[in-house]
Ligand binder design. Structure first.
Ligand SMILES: [Zn+2]
Length: 225
């Protein structure tokens, strides 16, 4: 399946939330609504975007960032157009799940991630999110050049891809950035210094203990010249 190279936000007709219409390299459209996702039938959201383009209006466009493999500890934004993505250790499902969720959080469509990493068709987007919630975020620890390998850190804190503006709500953040609302909300409640926590939310009841489990993992280290 081809990968999306750009996407557009279309408000749903119920007025709650938005759907994402994406376009691939060949100009073909897809949509995140159930109509298209499960039946691959043309939907009104794709029609809306086509009409806007035909009428000469520029719809709100979000370019999907390019992923660049790099020697980084976790997925990082390099600039507005690209992300740096760590190599995933072989047979490490928790590390893979963390990278999948981080890429989703940074606005990469699940379909792109699925084809990039040859993910099994039976495993859905939510399965990866659940796995990270259960087992924590797996990232590389600090590099140790003397040992030629690298520990893997496990944490239960998250980062937002770009900082919140002063006074910005997480819904406003979602509309400004187009990052998925469920994941930015998740990241927001688990920031290292959670900014505002609703009184009913008890972090100690939900969050697993913060002791980082560390495990050594072979990794080739590319040292700067
Ligand atoms: Zn649609």
């Amino acid at each position: 399946m081809s990968q999306w190279i750009q996407s557009f936000e279309v408000p749903s007709s119920s007025g709650r939330g938005t759907y994402r219409v994406s376009q691939d390299r060949n100009g073909q459209f897809g949509c995140s609504c159930p109509h298209w996702k499960y039946r691959h039938q043309p939907c009104k959201h794709i029609e809306t975007i086509k009409n806007q383009v035909r009428a000469g209006h520029a719809p709100i466009l979000h370019d999907i960032p390019t992923c660049i493999p790099a020697n980084v500890r976790s997925v990082q934004r390099r600039d507005a157009e690209s992300l740096l993505v760590p190599l995933i250790p072989l047979n490490h499902p928790q590390f893979l799940a963390t990278v999948v969720v981080d890429l989703l959080l940074h606005g990469i469509p699940f379909q792109n991630i699925r084809s990039q990493y040859h993910l099994p068709a039976k495993t859905g987007r939510q399965d990866y999110v659940d796995q990270v919630l259960r087992h924590g975020r797996h990232t590389y620890g600090p590099l140790d050049p003397s040992r030629q390998d690298c520990a893997i850190d496990v944490s239960y804190t998250w980062q937002l891809p770009v900082p919140l503006l002063p006074g910005e709500t997480i819904e406003d953040y979602h509309y400004r950035t187009s990052y998925p609302l469920d994941l930015v909300t998740l990241a927001y409640t688990r920031l290292p210094t959670a900014p505002t926590v609703s009184p009913t939310y008890s972090a100690s009841k939900i969050d697993p203990p913060m002791t980082p489990a560390r495990k050594s993992w072979k990794r080739r280290i590319i040292l700067a010249p």
